[in-house]
Design a protein around this ligand. Structure first.
Ligand code: B4P
Length: 191
């Protein structure tokens, strides 16, 4: 069993690197951003709630996210591990995840923090916004998201440092160069 959290500010490449990790390590994938966008597309009640937060660059409330995650985790019971992409984004979510996994006799083996400078984040997300059609990929919302990350999400770093599973990964370079750094970190912790 290999449970991985991929972490970092908006646009740091969590979704991009998750695809590489899934292909290479054969893990199940939970992306809270992808789940929320699918709910919005289908026009569900959850989607309507989520859209009102995402459009403003804010976090969807913890209770909504934690309930949604528990369902997804149950659906992945037979996988050989899970990559958590975009979750946890608050210390309350990190604590809830710890509890959910402990009930199954599991834990997070490694937390990968993708480190990317603010200017690079903004440039990447503006570029993605040219084609993504995402309501949150415009300059005003991007700056708001980075501010929300600094205030509400960055404290999750200290949570995983104290758990002993934290690994900083330089998130600038080509996708494959960054993935090589990730492979090294995962192999070191799985050894
Ligand atoms: P997410 O969907 O999780 O995504 P993200 O932070 O925007 O981007 P990510 O880091 O995955 O970047 P990507 O690989 O796409 O969140 C969206 C919103 O959903 C949040 O703001 C929040 O409102 C809500 N939400 C989600 N989870 C939540 C939670 N747990 N609690 C509360 N609310 C939640 O990369 C970005 C761009 O960079 C891409 O265009 C990519 O091609 C490019 N790129 C990637 N790697 C690169 C590289 N090495 N060099 C150059 N460009 C690169």
């Amino acid at each position: 069993m290999l449970n991985v959290v991929i972490f970092g500010p908006p646009g740091s490449g969590k979704g991009t690197q998750s695809e590489q990790i899934i292909d290479y390590f054969g893990l199940g994938h939970i992306s809270t951003g992808d789940i929320l966008r699918a709910e919005i597309k289908e026009g569900t009640e959850l989607g309507k709630i989520a859209a009102s937060f995402i459009d403003r660059g804010e976090l969807v409330p913890d209770a909504t996210i934690i309930g949604m995650l528990e369902n997804k985790l149950n659906a992945l019971k037979s996988s050989k591990g899970v990559i958590f992409d975009g979750f946890p984004r608050t210390v309350a979510q990190a604590e809830a995840l710890k509890e959910m996994l402990a009930k199954r006799g599991e834990s997070i083996d490694v937390m990968l923090n993708l480190e990317v400078e603010r200017q690079e984040l903004i440039a990447r997300l503006l570029k993605r916004g040219e084609t993504s059609g995402r309501s949150d990929d415009n300059l005003e919302t991007i700056e708001k998201r980075i501010g929300v990350y600094e205030a509400q999400t960055a404290p999750v770093i200290d949570f995983y440092k104290s758990e002993g599973s934290y690994h900083g990964i330089r998130g600038v370079g080509s996708v494959s160069e960054i993935f090589e750094r990730i492979k090294e970190a995962i192999s070191a912790c799985a050894a």
